[in-house]
Design a protein around this ligand. Structure first.
Ligand code: 5GP
Ligand code: MN
Length: 331
């Protein structure tokens, strides 16, 4: 880590303007890593902003200084100009510019150095500095290591809160196998810095709307269990989403119910998105079954070994048929 820090420090020192970016449909780790780095850099650099491709779910809208984020969708001109004039861009929680949706062209055209800090597999090669560690559970954990090595004294309660949130959401509240003793040491330090851990869990998870719980009921009654392939899957049609006044983030975590079934090590959720004309798919697994490879092979996606995403342009029914046809070979 130390060898990266002196290089990063040099680039930051010489940069006139810095953009911190993350992936489309940002999650807790994307936002937590972006905001924590932002709050840190603001202390040592006058010209830095977080720019995200699009909005994120309401359940994360309590994070410190989140109102200072620029959204490429909502603040389009301002975001384009800011990226255009940046000579240093951080890529956090993604490793391929195609993950940034409509922001991709702006980033490709930018006359800037890139610093990638990420934990997904198979990084693309656009970054001058590439901290890519797929074995680490979250980008926030990597950002912590960077900031701690850089200047531990500058990590305050707000920065710690953002980092805590990303580690918590990407580790399934410290349950997934990527959670190590180091992860818990970091969490310990963050709590020592004044992070209110119980409040963060409540802010993030105790925010169900009645509609979301009703939609979960629909998802659970649509759940299918394919015993011979140790696989479970859920479908949600646009109609079902509409009936429960679906809002961004409402289906977050639904796929894990499939994975909680006894003898299931592969769970999938198919969510119809009529506006984009696609089926958005989330894959989760336990143990050796590699959903990153699976998503890349069949559904134009990717991610991690045990958590990945993908998409299909077929109908919901045909997408499920395609998926079912892969099971005898893959599982
Ligand atoms: P989710 O199912 O929560 O959308 O995504 C699970 C994981 O896979 C996340 O780490 C996410 O960044 C990654 N992921 C989701 N969709 C895609 C995709 O289309 N391509 C790639 N490479 N990764 C994805
Ligand atoms: Mn992540």
């Amino acid at each position: 880590m130390k060898e990266y820090i002196s290089k990063i420090e040099k680039l930051v020192k010489h940069a006139k303007q810095i953009s911190i970016t993350s992936h489309k449909n940002p999650d807790g780790d994307a936002i937590g890593s972006s905001l924590s780095l932002y709050l840190f850099l603001k202390k040592i650099h006058p010209q830095v902003r977080v720019i995200l491709p699009n909005e994120y779910p309401d359940f994360l809208k309590w994070l410190p200084q989140q109102e200072e984020i620029l959204f490429f969708t909502k603040h389009n001109k301002e975001a384009i100009n800011y990226i255009d004039q940046s000579d240093l861009i951080f890529s956090l929680d993604y490793n391929d510019l195609s993950r940034t949706g409509d922001m991709q062209t702006s980033l490709e055209n930018a006359n800037a150095d890139f610093i990638m800090i990420d934990h997904h597999q198979q990084p693309a090669s656009y970054a001058q500095i590439c901290i890519s560690q797929p074995e680490i559970g979250s980008t926030c954990e990597l950002v912590y290591e960077v900031l701690e090595n850089w200047n531990r004294e500058l990590i305050n309660q707000s920065i710690a809160t953002c980092i805590y949130t990303g580690i918590m959401t990407d580790s399934g509240s410290f349950r997934f196998p990527s959670t190590t003793s180091r992860t818990h040491q970091i969490i310990g330090h963050l709590i020592d810095l004044g992070v209110n851990n119980a409040e963060i869990h409540q802010n993030t998870f105790d925010t169900n709307s009645y509609n979301r719980l009703q939609l979960l009921g629909v998802a659970l009654s649509n759940l299918k269990f394919i015993e011979e392939h140790h696989t479970a899957y859920i479908t949600l049609s646009q109609k079902e989403l509409d009936q429960h006044n679906f809002k961004k983030g409402d289906t977050e975590g639904f796929v894990n119910y499939g994975l909680s079934l006894k003898n299931v090590d592969f769970a999938v959720i198919f969510i119809e998105n009529k506006e984009e004309g696609i089926i958005k798919i989330s894959f989760r697994s336990k143990g050796d079954f590699d959903v990153n490879q699976y998503a890349r092979k069949y559904f134009s996606g990717g991610g991690h070994k045990n958590a990945a995403g993908g998409r299909s342009e077929l109908s919901l029914k045909d997408t499920v048929q395609k998926f079912l046809a892969t099971l005898p070979k893959e599982k």
